[in-house]
Design a protein around this ligand. Structure first.
Ligand code: ACO
Length: 373
């Protein structure tokens, strides 16, 4: 074992190859900087890019959107199940169940070819928002609203949730947030999806597992946990004392720190001004002041810059979205990245099977049961 490398949490370990995204020189999807994509494209174009490898032409985008529209519905049996799941079950658990259920109605479920994987990825991208919105409306005593084929992906997400056409600013904000959430190299959930499909299991199993990995508060679940921090702090004048006390007690402050970004998460930097703009629109400058104070102290005292979930949570809050939807919104975007990883893994597969450093007992002999102490 002495020649094998061990790093706790696999920190700094290269665990595979990918052409989907890199964090070297800033975050880039398929060679495009996220800042460029967020400023100049829609989420639909980025989803196409992540899945297909190139930005779409106008014609390709139209065809992609119509394939998504055609797939943006789920079987009545799935809606019936969403109605039957107890109303207090967390949304992320329902998303996980939803991804798994979608497999049972997918016509290509057992086909792991490149083309079938792409087709299934597009269906998952279209269907997961349907499940999220339907479950949200059902638990609020409302009927699900069907997707509108004339709307973009982000507009449809908001339309299916609220049942009314969203305003342009909210569509744009949703677009930016979904673009920033779409893909991120070998993060815990993407790695989970690759481990699962490396056994030649299917894309629905991989996405189901990835959702399970994402929901933890050290990963995607942090965007909801951030709201608990802000609620607990309460107001800008209480921020300093709260943070100093939390740091002194070694409390992990959600929305800060990152395994690979030690000097700052470029996605968080990009979202900051949009957050301030939306806060001003809804008169929540106090929340921005509080967040900025917390950020100043955590960064100054601990050298920990905020990650994407820190501004994302506030952005969704200013858009009037309920907190239990924040991590599911991460899912409806990140399914593009996860799917691209599954496709890449299946296209050039070798089972992922690392080793462990054994820390247990040395060799022992079995003692007859009657003689054991
Ligand atoms: N608040 C306070 N201290 C922190 C935080 C934090 N958010 N994050 C790290 N630290 C401290 C650790 O306690 C540790 O301190 P020590 O050296 O004094 O013991 C040091 O910084 C190093 O932290 P690790 O936990 O070893 O960092 P690691 O790379 O293992 O973890 C992680 C990264 C999980 C993101 C961590 O920073 C964290 O828990 N952050 C809060 C959860 C969060 O916001 N997750 C979202 C990640 S981004 C995403 O999924 C989109």
């Amino acid at each position: 074992m002495s020649d094998l490398i061990y790093r706790p949490g696999l920190e700094g370990v290269i665990a595979g190859e990918t052409a989907i995204s890199t964090i070297e020189g800033g975050l880039r999807y398929r060679g495009y900087a996220i800042e460029d994509l967020a400023a100049n494209t829609s989420f639909d174009e980025v989803a196409y890019l992540v899945l297909h490898g190139e930005l779409p032409t106008g014609e390709q985008l139209t065809a992609f959107r119509s394939r998504l529209s055609a797939a943006a519905k789920v079987d009545d049996a799935i809606i019936a199940t969403l109605r039957s799941i107890p109303s207090d079950v967390p949304m992320m658990d329902v998303m996980r169940t939803g991804a798994s259920m979608l497999a049972h109605w997918d016509p290509q479920v057992a086909d792991n070819s490149h083309d079938a994987n792409l087709a299934k990825a597009e269906r998952l991208l279209a269907q997961l928002p349907v499940i999220m919105a339907a479950r949200h409306r059902i638990t609020n005593g409302q009927e699900p609203v069907a997707a509108d084929p004339d709307l973009s992906f982000s507009a449809n997400v908001l339309y299916m949730l609220h049942g009314e056409k969203p305003n342009e600013k909210h569509i744009q904000a949703m677009d930016v947030s979904l673009i920033l959430y779409a893909e991120h190299e070998f993060n815990a959930s993407a790695f989970t999806s690759r481990v699962i499909c490396s056994t030649l299991s299917d894309i629905h199993s991989s996405i189901t597992g990835a959702i399970g990995a994402l929901k933890g508060p050290l990963h995607g679940g942090a965007n909801e946990a951030v709201m608990e921090v802000l609620a607990e702090v309460g107001s800008p004048d209480k921020a300093e004392a709260w943070v100093r006390n939390a740091l002194a007690n070694k409390v992990k402050i959600m929305g800060f720190g990152h395994r690979v970004y030690k000097t700052g998460d470029p996605r968080a930097k990009y979202l900051k001004s949009l957050c301030a703009e939306l806060a001003a629109d809804v008169g929540r400058e106090d929340m921005e002041q509080m967040a900025n104070k917390i950020e100043e102290i955590v960064t100054g005292e601990k050298g920990l810059p905020p990650n994407l979930d820190w501004p994302s949570a506030r952005l969704y809050c200013y858009m009037g979205l309920p907190i239990p939807l924040y991590t599911p919104l991460f899912v409806v975007s990140r399914v593009t990245g996860w799917s691209a990883h599954v496709i890449e893994q299946h296209d050039n597969n070798r089972i992922i099977r690392p080793r462990a450093n054994y820390t247990g007992e040395g060799l022992r002999e079995v003692i007859a049961i009657g003689s054991r102490a």
